[in-house]
Write a protein that binds this ligand. Sequence first.
Ligand SMILES: [Fe+2]
Length: 312
Amino acid sequence: MNSVSARRSGQEEFDSIIESQEDVTPVVLAAMAQTPNARLREIAASFVRHIHAFAREVKLTEDEYDTGIDLLNRIGQATNDRHNEGILFADAIGLSTLVCLLNNGNAGATETASALLGPFWRMNSPHTANGGSIVRSPTPGAELFVSCQVVDAAGKPVEGVEVDVWQSSPVGLYENQDDSQADMNLRGKFLTDAQGHLGFRSVKPAGYPVPTDGPVGDMLRAQSRHPYRPAHIHFLGFKPGFKTLITQVFVDDDQHLTSDAVFGVTRALIGDYRRHDSGTPPAPDVRAPWYTLDYTFVMEAGDAKLPVPPIK
Ligand SMILES: [Fe+2]
């Protein structure tokens, strides 16, 4: 657009003729300066400043630039209804946890019960009666009985919270990754009672490697990093008037507790998965050893908003 037509269209005039590499950043920022949406303008400008500074800092070669573009394309190509490589990439570089902590618990200044969503949440897990089982097909492993309470910031029980639960099997696979499990195995949706309680029966989850057959796997290998996540159960608490709580509770004796490949473990989220070798089991068909987990979630007041499901 020449300067006359730029003025006619009401846009601010800028000169996009570049003399040297130093000119590129201000020219691009000027081109984007008329973005009507103020937040988009701020984010896009900051992104350009940082990614240009990054290229200058490492003196990015053309081969490395090609590799980076190829990585972006492969992340997109590896994403489908059953797998989200984009989220996995954000997880594996710590961006998901950073954004989570920036937006919960006073921007990470105080302990929060929030943790990253991860790539395996499905929107329509089955509604399950409080105390029911989420084992929907034979799943060998130690029995686990989970008892949770949801309270508000003042410690008062919150009734009617819809709590979505999902976890891996004792061999470390989510049902969507494993044809031997029934659809929605180890997934369920519960409603807290008048005391803010919910409970369910399951099996003790195992840690698992994040999928390594895509570009994120290549990155982990190139960085000599193992792909394992410590075992955990995911929870998503939803009730109008409360900020949606997305979190995970980690198994305290897992060998990868201190080296989560996607940096999701915060101190507050290490659960007490207690082993029982004797005593009266919680159900007549249970043999020792079995495990119990008791955990209290605090929900902050705020907007109840569901995330976009990473898979269908
Ligand atoms: Fe997970």
